[in-house]
Design a protein around this ligand. Sequence first.
Ligand code: ADP
Ligand code: ZN
Ligand code: ZN
Length: 745
Amino acid sequence: MAAGARLDRMTAPAILRVALPVPLPRLFDYLPPPGVDAALVAVGARLRVPFGQREVCGLVVGHGQADPGVELRAALDAPDAAPLLRGELLASLRWLAGYLHAPLGEVLAAALPAALRRGEPLPDMARYGWALNEAGRTALPAMRPGRPRALAELLQVLRDEDWLDAAAPGWRTPLRALRERELVARLETTGTGSGSVPRGSEPAPVSSAAFAPNAEQQIAIDAIRRAAGFAPFLLDGVTGSGKTEVYLQAIADCLARGRQALVLVPEIGLTPQALARFRTRLGVPVHALHSGLNDSERAATWLAAASGQARVIVGTRSAVFVPLPEAGLIVVDEEHDGSYKQFDGLRYHARDFAIVRGRALAVPVVLGSATPSLETLHNAQSGRYALLRLRQRAGDARPPQVRVLDVRKRPLHAGLSEEALAAIRAALDGGGQVLVFRNRRGYAPVLLCHDCGWSAHCPRCSTPERPTAMTVHAHGKRLQCHHCGHRRPSPPACPDCASLGLQPQGNGTERIEAELQARFEAVPVIRIDRGSTGQRDALQKHFDALGSRPGILIGTQMLAKGHDLGNLVLVVVVGIDEGLFSADFRSGEKLAQLLIQVAGRAGRADRPGTVLLQTHHPEHPLLQTLVGGGYHAFADGELALREAAGFPPFAHLALLRAEAKRAELPLQFLQLAKTLLEGSGIDLHGPLPAPMPRRAGYVRSQLLLAAPARAALHVALEGAVPALYAAPEARRVRWSLDMDPLDLY
Ligand code: ADP
Ligand code: ZN
Ligand code: ZN
């Protein structure tokens, strides 16, 4: 080695290469903070740095030597003694950044809980827990599990679990109440990592199921148990077939082997009910990660996973980013659910990333659904995923009877036919519960002037060619745009002709609620949608309040899953016809999944259920196929259509979106993108106005990229994306790249 080179390396200052959460596709070099040796700041540790006039927190991704003559700024602070992101997770995130063509700094930041992303010091990771003491155990039966709710829940956990992890989120306040009454004792745990069993309390044994797995469940459990290394499974089982039981057994196996399990569930599926089922059955603390936690709770849970202290993590989309140093199993429940895809910022798909992590971690990944996405079905059919099927409902439960109700020319009352109303009456008279499904919030979708034809449009989302109606809320008093949130009071008279004959047209959940309340005064009528059920616990409160009494639930797709209603005997589906004629290539798949999931709510226990599908298009092929042949008949037909049309999963798509207040700017930007991508051998469609051409005052356009092979798409984007970031046109628009878009909106 030349002496000069060695000298350079010794004299050139050591620098840190940092990924910053800024929308630029590059890394940044900094000198270490004053007085800190660069070599001691590990890859994967956070670094606070000056960036322009701001301070930002990034992650160290490499070390290097400063180039002579380049002046670098010094970092401000390196808060971590050990790396936060490392090993498999760091490698998988690097892969994800490449896949999404997103800046590494933005991807790494998205993987960290918000508190850590901001550069806050690590919370004190107390390794202790709480258990009921003698006095607590004696007092427990007499304690009223009434108010406050959190205290009642805490008592339940302590009773079921023996021990409460101090890092478990959400318990601080209720725990304080128990400590003040001296009903709990503090238990120290033994160190970190997998040995973190609290001293003086063995984990409760796995309580076995109240029933033996049936033959199909046993085959699935055995297949997952036998899997060595990475093994993707599709657990394709009708609603109520006992998929959760299969997960629980597989997780119990995983725990017995001393490994961690990660379970992803859709936002709406992560109910206290579901968590309680996991807790009681697994006999270990279950760490939940969802949007109801505050930042420090999320950070504590993430770190508990990183330390190996958390053995079972159940969480929504972003839980796919938890570190799993001792991973043994990943489960994705309801894998078809759209909530796994992030729709803004970093547009990742948690199910797809779960597969990537499963491969990197060499563990089985179980994707479960009654209505698998066509992508996943295709992967199973082509042999990439092992197919496990549960064809029947578990136990004695029978499948619901589905009937298509032709409502053409029939009188409708708030959208409900007299036949449906009679069926509701009969179900209630028999002591049963009824679910009325309508995927439209508000009172009515349109406010119309009966005299001149004026209707209320959103001023921020409409264009002359394509007006966007405002939804009527509050029994006609208020108008709201469901696209941009714009609200205003309903006008007292028509703005065009001053007529007082303004009429809400059509039916939303609010109006159906009013109609049913008037008709069925003797029973509770409960509306469940984003308007009535903002907070996450509100849903559970509604269900608790109803219990198993006869009553009616009205709701949007929030009702399609998550809660077991043992007494639900009738499901009425109202107004699905819009979905039958949507132009989006995935709309059929989404509607079929929704209908099957809603129908699956009926008759889950020992009572048979009935599903009535009201429609003006009883002969529509989607309904015919679904009712006659079930989801798989539909999916087979749909896959054939997609193949013929060259749509996913037989082609790969990316959607470049751009929006600005001035219409020509997005088009200029997309035209530049098109020029950069031309000649790369992929198909380019556009630039075109988006299906919704204006939203919240922004004019929206898009360029669709398609290729039969994924690799071609990536090669083309690798060439073009850096130039897009650098282009002056990019600074005048808001733009995003969506890999594998779920809709083309
Ligand atoms: P899924 O997750 O497929 O919708 P679940 O796992 O929730 O189904 O099971 C549906 C119901 O059937 C639950 O009440 C569950 O306790 C019950 N169950 C599951 N497996 C069996 C079995 N082998 N025998 C009897 N009942 C079962
Ligand atoms: Zn008018
Ligand atoms: Zn709007």
